[in-house]
Design a binder for this molecule. Sequence first.
Ligand code: GCU
Length: 138
Amino acid sequence: AATTLHEAETATISQGVVESNHAGFTGTGFVNYDNVAGSSVEWTTDSPQARQVRLVLRYANGTTADRPMSITLNGTTIAANLSFPGTGAWTTWRTVTLQASLVAGPNTVKATATTANGGPNVDSLTVDDGTSTGTDWS
Ligand code: GCU
């Protein structure tokens, strides 16, 4: 498949809770990160081969303060302080995208809050290899 959607509520959550009180999420809910640095969500995504993809994180941030997170791939930091700016409301969901080079087999993607406010509310991670549109990411 060109895109694979991984819900946050079925990922590995550290210092966060699954909630469903702000509409617009996919699946059964979203992760409300605890308001502490170090709170995290970790997904595992299987790749049929080594390939470059886009990682699309869907989130909401109803505050006016950025909720930056560090993103690691298989334990290596690929974005140290990725910005998750305010979306205007907890029911307004937007995406942040970054590129990553997956290895064949299971890959872990972890999004960890870097400030005392914790992360935004996170709905999902989508892995997009670009093949559905014919776009060449390279
Ligand atoms: C509110 C909101 C939560 C959010 C939290 C926060 O409590 O209802 O969904 O996670 O603020 O600031 O992190």
